[in-house]
Structures are given as structure tokens and as C-alpha cells.
Design a protein around this ligand. Structure first.
Ligand SMILES: Nc1nc2c(ncn2[C@@H]2O[C@H](COP(=O)(O)OP(=O)(O)OP(=O)(O)O)[C@@H](O)[C@H]2O)c(=O)[nH]1
Ligand SMILES: [Mg+2]
Length: 300
């Protein structure tokens, strides 16, 4: 294809925590790249997933949910990451909303965000869930009035409904450009990052309430050994002794469960055998500690 006909650009996914941004990224890529949980504030970094198709390359950026009122420095970091992605002048913004969102503030925030007037695709996610008649259209209309989208659509990232239409819209709106990444490159992050995210996803699945939000993970060692399983050592940092006790569980039972679930998911991801050891350490109030936030990769 002649270079001037190729389309490529950056497409940022924005929305409130829990709107389904990471589920949508995975659905667009037809592969699990970003972790998902029923709890808000799951994603803590921007995550790039590269979607190559005939004549186009869409560089999709998952973001942490836009938190309205950050309550600690970690939440501040998450909010800044999402806003930063919007301010870096993406070619397209996908604004993902939910049927239940009574989001006056989000509407005005988002219309203010789009200073460069790049095309916005307004997408109502979770359209598979029952809602009162007319609710979906009403939500779309109220956001459309604020953000003046180039396109509005309904979809279900979970069920894969409306994804093809969304891809078609993205391709239509992408600018003409040569690709940004080599064909076949799938993301810009290393295995180490995904391994820590896989463990974090299992933490979300296994522990209740606030616990997952109090956990940060560092991969201390990731050794690839010829002819032997990879050796991965990960530290789970928690904020208090009591949380450490909960993570470990009676007689170490819960931590063993976490280790075995995480290892299974890591081996599936890597496609090769691995060994995984987990340690739990207390890093007092790390969510409020700029040094810790920096160390754990949340603050640059
Ligand atoms: N019913 C339904 N549930 C969905 C859909 N998309 C996502 N979910 C669920 O919504 C929850 C949140 O999904 P995520 O993809 O983690 O949401 P997120 O916007 O990335 O959340 P943060 O990372 O916390 O900002 C999960 O339980 C998903 O399974 C959908 O189309 N329909
Ligand atoms: Mg997410």
C-alpha cells in the first residue's frame, strides 16, 4: 500500500473507573493485554496495545479511570496519567460511558479536555445490561451535547458486541500517516510489567474490599534460564501489618492460592514454564509516600 494511503495514529480510551476501558482494549485487540476486575481503580498505568489491520495501525492507549476527587497521592497519580494521555494530543479519543452514569462533572471535564478538538468517539458500554427504555439513548445524548462526538455508538466490550463497528469508525477517523510501530509489535511494555499485572489481577480476584488497592507489586528478579523454567520473584507491598496477615492467610493458605493462580496465568501468558516466589512486605502508607510511588513506577 502506498504510504500516503496508510492510516495510523493514537487512540486514547478515557472514562470513569470501572467503565470497561481495559475490557474494551482487550476486545479490540482480541487478546488479554490489560487486567480487568469488578472493582474500580484497577488500571494504574497507561497501557499501549497496537492494533494492526489492512492499511491501518491503531495505537490504542488504555488509561486509569478518571477519578473525580482523588483522596490520596496514588489516586492523584492515576488521575494525572489519564489526563496526561488526553493532553498528549491523541488522534482520536474514545470516551467510554456506562448506562448508570449520572455524570454532570464528567461531561464538563471531558469537553474541556478536548482542547485540540480531535475527533471523539462516544461509546456507551455495557449495553448488554438491562436498562429502562430509552436510557441508553438519553445517556448518549447528554454526553453528545457536551463533547460533540464525531460518532456515537453502543457496545458491549464484555460480549464483543459493536466492536467491529467501533473498529470501522476508528479506521475512518485515523489520519493518513505511516505506521508508528513495526508490524507485529503488540505493545511497548516488557514481560516483567505484564507479569506484575497478572499477579495484581489475581490479587483483585482473591481479596475483598480495600486490600487490592493497598497492594503494589515489584518484580525483584526475572531470570530466563536456558533449558529451565524462568525464575520470577515478586514482592507484594502492603501498607500495614494487618494487611500482610490477610494476604498470607491462615497458615499461608491464601498466599499459596495466590501463588498458584498467578503462576498458572503467567505460564499461559509467557508460553513457557516458570517458577514463581511471592514475598509480602509492609511499606507503611506507600500510597501517600512519593518515594514509594516513584519506586513502584506510578510517579515519574
Ligand atoms: N455487563 C458488562 N460488564 C462489563 C462490560 N465491560 C466491562 N464490564 C465489567 O466491568 C468491570 C470493570 O471492567 P474494567 O475493564 O476493569 O473497567 P476499567 O474501565 O478498565 O476500570 P479501571 O481500570 O478501574 O478504570 C469488570 O467487572 C468487567 O467485566 C460490558 O460490556 N458489559
Ligand atoms: Mg482498567
Amino acid at each position: 500500500m502506498a504510504e500516503e494511503q496508510f492510516k495510523a495514529g493514537f487512540v486514547v480510551l478515557l472514562g470513569r473507573p470501572n467503565a470497561g476501558k481495559s475490557t474494551l482494549l482487550n476486545a479490540l485487540l482480541k487478546s488479554k493485554l490489560s487486567i480487568v476486575s469488578p472493582k474500580p481503580q484497577t488500571t494504574r498505568h497507561r497501557i499501549l496495545g497496537i492494533l494492526d489491520g489492512p492499511g491501518y495501525q491503531a495505537c490504542l492507549v488504555d488509561t486509569p479511570g478518571l477519578i473525580e476527587n482523588p483522596k490520596d497521592p496514588l489516586q492523584n497519580c492515576l488521575r494525572r496519567q489519564a489526563l496526561g494521555a488526553a493532553h498528549e494530543d491523541p488522534d482520536i479519543m474514545i470516551l467510554l460511558v456506562e448506562p448508570q452514569m449520572p455524570d454532570e462533572r464528567l461531561r464538563s471535564e471531558l469537553s474541556a479536555l478536548n482542547r485540540s478538538r480531535k475527533p471523539v468517539i462516544l461509546a456507551l458500554n455495557k449495553a448488554d445490561l438491562p436498562a429502562p427504555a430509552g436510557r441508553h439513548d438519553a445517556v448518549l445524548e447528554s454526553f453528545a451535547a457536551a463533547v460533540k462526538p464525531a460518532a456515537s455508538l453502543k457496545l458491549s466490550a464484555l460480549k464483543g458486541q459493536g466492536i467491529e463497528q467501533l473498529v470501522a469508525k476508528i479506521v475512518e477517523l485515523l489520519p493518513f500517516s505511516s505506521p508508528y510501530y513495526e508490524a507485529g509489535q503488540y505493545t511497548d511494555r516488557y514481560e516483567r510489567f505484564f507479569v506484575s499485572e497478572i499477579i495484581r489481577e489475581q490479587v483483585f480476584a482473591l481479596y475483598a474490599q480495600e486490600i487490592p488497592h493497598a497492594v503494589a507489586i515489584q518484580i525483584e528478579r526475572f531470570r530466563e534460564l536456558p533449558g529451565a523454567p524462568d525464575q520470577i520473584d515478586a514482592v507484594l507491598h502492603v501498607e500495614r501489618e494487618t494487611q500482610k496477615g490477610i494476604i498470607i492467610g491462615k497458615g499461608g493458605k491464601t498466599l499459596r492460592e495466590l501463588q498458584s493462580r498467578s503462576l498458572q496465568a503467567i505460564v499461559d501468558f509467557l508460553g513457557r514454564p516458570a517458577r514463581l516466589e511471592l514475598w509480602v512486605k509492609v511499606r507503611k502508607n506507600w500510597r501517600r509516600d512519593p518515594r514509594a510511588l516513584k519506586e513502584f513506577g506510578y510517579l515519574s
